[in-house]
Design a binder for this molecule. Structure first.
Ligand code: NAD
Length: 382
């Protein structure tokens, strides 16, 4: 009897469910939010804290674990894009390997910005083929974007996020009080991602930014309208991410501003923050959209006015057509053969372009320089 031509199929589905929980005052002694997940009695936690956060909030974090009798090993790493590398990843794995934890009920805890939560997520994904982790974002970028989804990773071989995985957290705890100590430049960096969300998918959020954005930045989102903007941005981001967590659909609205920016950010790691690079890409895309008749002159003006109102000054000096074009070509590989560039089609609406030409890009850069200059001059006159 022949045993050839046999075939077995393995097929399973793994549900993904995690909560994103607002938890103000997370490290106040009487706050029990973090205790809800994982082994409590005799519990141990491997905690990774951003160095600036450790300097500013480290005592409270140490005291909280001591108060709740959790044996915490606190490892500190620096933030900044340059840290998102193999060495830091490996350093954390070695430290983790020296500190015994249960594989299922002693989650890693990541407390920091997007750089830290991306690295720790990747550590969690790869250590013992996966251990649980909790994210506590401390930057605005983390709060409204980086910590909310399941993408984890590090930069590799000169490319951003080239190594990584999809690793759902056990939970995400949002404590906006961390934003009080965030440097202004990093606050605005996060605001750029809120602007992205608003232009491409949420006209109501755009209006909120027009009305309350400047005051929210001034108060570090600690007043009611600022808090409402944060809630709105988190909800809007999750609505985009949740149905497509594993990026089966490669045409993603949230990739608005993430086509040309990719190369600019890699080329200028010491000059541009992630959100700053994204904003440059947004402005280029907005002008392409206007030239294509997707945005009206009035809508385009509203976008430029908002950026100015919020005190954001894009660094146009880094714009470079060749770098941006190469970046687009790389994104075509990443997006499986098509450009799939999200473009605004009216404020809060999106279409995907697959036919952006080098000539179009070359033409739009001087147009952007002129537009910013005009805008600046008219603001001075007002
Ligand atoms: N995984 C995702 O889906 C996703 C989404 C968006 C962005 N990202 C990634 O996020 C990274 C950028 O994140 P980021 O902007 O948070 O950068 P970051 O983590 O480098 O933090 C920015 C700076 O703020 C400091 N800091 C952090 N919290 C602070 C606080 N509360 N008070 C004072 N200083 C504080 C850090 O030390 C650092 O110097 C990029 O690598 C980007 O690729 C990931």
């Amino acid at each position: 009897m022949s045993t050839g031509n046999m075939r077995w199929q393995v097929c399973t589905q793994r549900p993904v469910a995690y909560d994103v929980i607002k938890a103000p005052g997370l490290f106040q002694p009487d706050n029990h939010s973090l205790l809800a997940l994982g082994r409590r009695h005799g519990g141990r936690r491997f905690v990774v804290v951003d160095a600036h956060v450790a300097r500013l909030h480290g005592d409270a974090i140490h005291a909280w674990f001591a108060h709740h009798q959790i044996d915490a090993h606190i490892e500190t790493i620096h933030g900044g894009e340059a840290q998102k590398n193999l060495e830091v990843y490996q350093h954390l794995l070695c430290a983790l390997d020296r500190f015994p934890i249960h594989r299922r009920d002693e989650p890693l805890i990541a407390i920091g910005g997007g750089v830290l939560t991306d690295i720790v997520g990747f550590v969690a994904a790869s250590y013992r083929r996966g251990v649980p982790h909790i994210k506590v974002p401390t930057t605005l970028m983390g709060y409204i974007d980086a910590a909310l989804g399941i993408k984890a990773g590090i930069n590799f071989n000169g490319n951003k996020n080239r190594l990584g995985s999809f690793e759902p957290p056990l939970a995400v705890f949002l404590d906006a009080s961390f934003l009080a100590s965030l440097p202004q430049r990093h606050l605005l960096n996060g605001v750029c991602e809120i602007i992205k969300l608003a232009i491409i998918g949420d006209a109501r959020l755009f209006e909120r930014l027009e009305t309350y954005g400047a005051a929210s930045i001034a108060t570090r989102f600690a007043h009611a309208p600022g808090e409402a903007i944060l809630d709105h941005a988190v909800g809007s981001m999750l609505a985009e991410l949740a149905p497509n967590l594993y990026e089966e659909e490669l045409a993603r609205k949230v990739d608005f501003g993430h086509t040309f920016s990719y190369g600019l950010e890699t080329r200028h790691p010491h000059r541009l923050l992630h959100g700053e690079a994204v904003l440059l890409d947004i402005l280029v895309s907005v002008l392409i959209a206007e030239h294509r008749g997707l945005l009206s002159a009035h809508e385009t003006t509203r976008i430029f006015t908002l950026i100015q109102q919020l005190g954001i000054e894009p660094d146009l000096g880094v714009l470079d057509a060749e770098v941006m074009w190469q970046s687009l070509l790389d994104r075509i590989e990443h997006r499986n053969g098509l450009q799939r560039v999200p473009m605004p089609a009216g404020l809060g609406q999106c279409v995907f372009a697959n036919d952006i030409t080098r000539q179009e890009l070359d033409a739009v850069l001087p147009a952007l320089h002129n537009r910013m200059k005009e805008h600046h001059e008219s603001a001075l006159e007002r």
